[in-house]
Design a binder for this molecule. Structure first.
Ligand SMILES: [Zn+2]
Ligand SMILES: [Zn+2]
Length: 136
């Protein structure tokens, strides 16, 4: 039986008020989301990492939450730094999972694979991902 390999990574927001340590799979599940909600929140496509339960050590008191409904009418809670407004976590009720904004990691070298979601429906025309294996 092969054992899962985990790695601990550190990250922060741009102002430094948010610092965290996160336990990630050796090959984390990363999604590039091209949907309109993400675009309107951040101004463009986002990259997020699916987290396992209790994978992140973070001071939730330093985060503000903006809550809205997703396409399935389930709640989505976007957590961002109270000071610099950097997006930090998104909670998706439908999957009961937290997602970490990938760009906050200090070391992004382990992010070697990503699936592009809502690509077909709403990607920027200047982007062109041909690979059918990595887009939905
Ligand atoms: Zn999205
Ligand atoms: Zn900040």
């Amino acid at each position: 039986m092969s054992e899962k390999i985990f790695v601990n990574k550190k990250g922060s927001c741009i102002c430094g008020a948010i610092n965290f340590t996160v336990k990630l799979d050796e090959i984390p599940r990363v999604f590039n989301c091209h949907c309109q909600d993400c675009r309107k929140k951040i101004g463009g496509m986002i990259s997020i990492i699916e987290l396992r339960e209790n994978a992140i050590q973070i001071d939730m008191e330093r985060l503000s939450i903006y809550e809205h409904s997703g396409g399935s009418d389930k709640k989505i809670k976007k957590h961002f730094c109270k000071k610099c407004a950097a997006p930090v976590l998104t909670y998706v009720e439908r999957w009961n999972k937290y997602y970490l904004y990938a760009g906050l990691l200090d070391d992004i070298s382990i992010l070697k694979k990503a699936i592009n979601i809502f690509y077909e429906s709403s990607h920027f025309p200047f982007m062109n991902i041909e690979d059918k294996k990595i887009k939905v």
